[in-house]
Design a protein around this ligand. Structure first.
Ligand SMILES: Nc1nc2c(c(=O)[nH]1)N[C@H]1C(S)=C(S)[C@@H](COP(=O)(O)OP(=O)(O)OC[C@H]3O[C@@H](n4cnc5c(=O)[nH]c(N)nc54)[C@H](O)[C@@H]3O)O[C@H]1N2
Ligand SMILES: Nc1nc2c(c(=O)[nH]1)N[C@H]1C(S)=C(S)[C@@H](COP(=O)(O)OP(=O)(O)OC[C@H]3O[C@@H](n4cnc5c(=O)[nH]c(N)nc54)[C@H](O)[C@@H]3O)O[C@H]1N2
Ligand SMILES: [Mo]
Length: 762
């Protein structure tokens, strides 16, 4: 396996893979046309990740964006005939890959419990079924309104408005499993829940610290920014549990020499491989070096003017012993010293991070510690410096800005009430964790999902499956068939919607939608290709129609908004800060930037300052209640992280290769350090079962996984998400964030009695 790991990422292999996936879509010509419109000012926003773009005229898509576009624009269709052929029980036996590979959902269908099949239903009937159910609930908090981060600003604004006018703040969303910790940490530290940099800052940084992120796969367009920064002499310092090849050497597919020869660009100046969950102590180590050895590099002017709690912070840093830092981070003092030298000597530093930082028990404090470092040296609020959580879904940040939030601020609700003359509840609603529990206990009766695949994305699969099955009505607004459609109770609807690439034609003509990228740039997106079916409706239309049928008497004319999305934007302009003249502003080719107070050194925190976080390192990187249980185990307990392969977008599996890690045609694998395998009498290629440890007596186990030797710190393992979700207990979540601890799951390995059955390649 090791031999298959490429020496560089990107390059020709990336172009070849793009072509392979275009051909597989069976709609190659259309998709090439589509790709030329990705992220162009008159085209559509890439439905992949949330990275921004600012150059005109060049190709603005990457290999994985091309996969996302090709996957959406396929000629294969799921029709009522398909549902006649397969019962829901039969479909449940198929893998996630097979389900989505059946093609685009093309007509609304309703579950018939008596026959166990989905059957065609008209849109009107579907809306009436939803409206009747909602009107008859005893309490509006008996509905859960889930959102995945692909929904546009227009659709998500209407969705939250509808939910709130109906009477609930139950807005579980994919963010709860993703960057929630970033929002909480940044809000407490600097008074904004978003990153403080824009794309152009990457051109000015003298150092970029990349924490717990794999951009070569998940944000490939970020590689262009890292590559040109590295070429310009910027020092990139990586902290990653694994050696990710793209963060070592990257070849731009747009550079002829790097495309066609073995040439590449060295990305990381330094590459550190901390233990899982070890970044808090790694960042603490860097701070300790600076505070204790290079006090002259502390930006005392910045701190005096802008920060609070500095003295308390320096006290805890000085009191943190090196042995604790080394033990928890798995990095030596000498290594952290090297990282500290780069940080303190760089005039402008950006830190970026993603799931390797946010999906742990101590994620909020880890992000606070990264922020502490930036405050210490005044590395925020100036060109080329700042904090950059790199968001996942293409519009997940926009969803939050539009009010998809189970804990809306009073100011947000007051503004809606004032403008609309309504009485919206301020009581906090359910996040993903609470929503699943409420459905499981039947306290909640209806779940509506605006995209996504909560069944496969959420932790503790068995529990989540049962929670969905306990629903009285499960409504899924989706483009492709997935697990969440098959976990049905009494009644269920699948409502097929348009994808980002498709023409959205309403009464007043073709509509554009708007999205916000990770740099808070808001811009328009115009779908142009022919819809997968005449019976697909836009998400905005579906949400407006549900609202119109459920709340016909209210003050909002939902159908008027549906007919002309610029009217939704007018409403947004009147009720959400920063969106004044929204319709005019998105006429600009790259849209507009939402002002960020922290970037302008304005601190909207309780102290009116940027806050240091003076806390000690955690005692454990896993929940305390299982520490004793782990100590009792006779077998070695590993910490497992679940991550993405190169051929997937979250629960959507495009293919079975993970090229940059040397894996071909397999997903049921566990990456392990060869020394750990030896210690446990396990061989490469051997099959294992993996059992996680928790305190509730429930056996959480996956079986038949093949061991792959890999460069990974001893005691740590890695395996793919979503297959590993049965191992993550619902109540193993991050402090304050409730984000599942998907990157630190304590597990034991045993030899398997199973034979290895991989999913079939298609
Ligand atoms: N163990 C583990 N679990 C994790 C993670 C992890 O790292 N490890 N990561 C977490 C993270 S970061 C996230 S964001 C969540 C993701 O959770 P989700 O956002 O819920 O999941 P996705 O897999 O992105 O959703 C895929 C489905 O969305 C639908 N879809 C695709 N495009 C569209 C569209 O344009 N409109 C609509 N309406 N539907 C569409 C398709 O039907 C497809 O099947 O998973 C989380 N779960
Ligand atoms: N092609 C593609 N693009 C995507 C997605 C996709 O599935 N496919 N998903 C989208 C979404 S919703 C999201 S949130 C992002 C996710 O983007 P990433 O966060 O890059 O996704 P993961 O695969 O979860 O990778 C986590 C990385 O962190 C490292 N890591 C894990 N734990 C630790 C740790 O404790 N410390 C450190 N230092 N490193 C650690 C892992 O080795 C891995 O390199 O990507 C978005 N873009
Ligand atoms: Mo995400």
């Amino acid at each position: 396996m090791k031999n298959n790991i490429p020496l560089k990422a990107g390059g020709l292999a990336s172009v070849q893979s793009t072509i392979k996936h275009l051909l597989k879509s069976k709609r190659t010509k259309n998709n090439i046309k589509n790709l030329l419109r990705v992220n162009q000012s008159d085209g559509f926003d890439c439905p992949g990740c949330a990275w921004g773009d600012n150059t005109k005229g060049t190709f603005q898509f990457c290999e994985n964006g091309a996969k996302a576009v090709a996957w959406e624009s396929t000629d294969k269709k799921v029709t009522p005939l398909f549902f006649k052929e397969y019962s829901v029980t039969q479909l449940m036996q198929q893998g996630d890959y097979w389900l989505e590979y059946q093609g685009r959902l093309s007509q609304p269908v309703r579950y018939n419990k008596a026959t166990d099949h989905y059957e065609a239903v008209s849109w009107q009937q579907a809306f009436k079924i939803i409206a009747n159910k909602l009107k008859n609930l005893e309490n509006p908090n008996e509905v859960e309104l889930y959102t995945s981060g692909r929904a546009s600003n227009e659709a998500s604004y209407l969705y939250q408005l509808f939910g709130r006018l109906y009477g609930t703040n139950n807005f579980p969303d994919c963010s709860n499993m993703c960057h929630e910790a970033s929002g909480i940490a940044l809000n407490d530290a600097i008074g904004v829940a978003k990153g403080t940099v824009v794309l152009d800052d990457f051109n000015h940084a003298s150092a970029i610290f990349v924490w717990g992120q794999n951009p070569g796969t998940n944000h490939p367009r970020m590689m262009n920014a890292l590559r040109s920064a590295a070429k310009g002499g910027c020092k990139i310092v990586t902290f990653n549990n694994l050696k990710e090849v793209a963060l070592d050497k990257f070849a731009s597919p747009q550079n002829p020499k790097e495309l066609l020869t073995s040439a590449s660009t060295q990305i990381s100046h330094k590459y550190f491989t901390p233990k899982l969950g070890g970044d808090f102590s790694a960042a603490r180590g860097i701070a300790k070096v600076i505070i204790e050895e290079y006090a002259d590099k502390i930006n005392t002017d910045f701190i005096a003017k802008h920060a609070s709690q500095f003295d308390a912070y320096t006290d805890v840093v000085k009191a943190t012993p090196w042995n604790e830092i080394e033990e928890q981070s798995g990095l030596s003092q000498a290594e952290l010293q090297q990282a500290a030298l780069v940080f303190k000597d760089s005039e402008r530093v950006i830190s970026t991070w993603a799931m390797g930082i946010t999906q742990h028990k101590n994620s909020v404090d880890t992000i606070r510690e990264i922020t502490n470092l930036h405050l210490l040296c005044g590395q925020i609020g100036k060109t080329g410096a700042g904090l950059s959580p790199v968001r996942g879904h293409s519009n997940v940040q926009g969803n939050r800005t539009m009010g998809i939030n189970e804990k809306p601020t009073h100011a947000f609700i007051d503004r809606l009430n004032k403008h609309l003359g309504t009485q919206i509840p301020t009581l906090g609603g359910h996040n993903v964790n609470a929503a699943i529990k409420a459905l499981h206990s039947k306290q909640s009766k209806v779940i509506i999902c605006l995209g996504g695949n909560i069944a496969a994305a959420a932790p503790d699969s068995n529990f989540v499956f049962q929670a969905l099955k306990n629903s009285e009505l499960n409504v899924q607004i989706s483009t492709k068939l997935n697990r969440s459609h098959l976990l049905v109770g009494d009644d269920a609807l699948i409502l097929p919607c348009l994808g980002r690439t498709e023409l959205d034609l309403q009464k007043t003509g073709p509509q554009k939608i708007t999205v916000e990228d990770t740099f808070s740039m808001v811009h328009a997106s115009h779908g142009m290709s022919t819809p997968a079916s005449n019976d697909c409706r836009s998400e905005t239309d579906i949400v407006a129609s549900i609202a119109h049928n459920t709340l016909p008497e209210g003050r909002i004319d939902w159908l008027e908004l549906r007919d002309d999305y610029s009217k939704i934007r007018d409403l947004i302009a009147q009720t959400i800060d920063g969106f004044e003249n929204y319709n005019q502003k998105i006429a600009e080719p790259h849209g507009f930037h939402l002002a960020n107070n922290a970037t302008n050194l304005i601190w909207k925190t309780a102290s009116n300052k940027a806050n240091f976080n003076p806390v000690h390192l955690p005692k454990y990187i896993i929940p305390e209640k299982i520490v004793a249980k782990i100590a009792e185990q006779k077998e070695q307990v590993f910490i497992l992280q679940s991550l993405r392969s190169h051929d997937q977008f979250n629960t959507t599996i495009y293919g079975l290769d993970d090229r940059y890690r040397g894996i071909k045609n397999d997903r049921k694998i566990i990456f392990i350090n060869s020394l750990d395998a030896q210690k446990n009498d396990l061989a490469e290629g051997e099959l294992v079962e993996v059992q996680s440890l928790w305190d509730d007596g429930i056996v959480r186990l996956i079986d038949g996984y093949k061991l792959v030797f890999y460069e990974i710190p001893q005691g740590n393992l890695a395996a793919y998400y979503p297959e590993t979700n049965p191992l993550v207990p619902l109540d193993s979540y991050g402090d304050k964030s409730f984000t599942p601890t998907s990157k630190s799951i304590p597990v034991c390995l045993r030899k398997s009695k199973q034979v290895h059955i991989n999913i079939k390649n298609m």
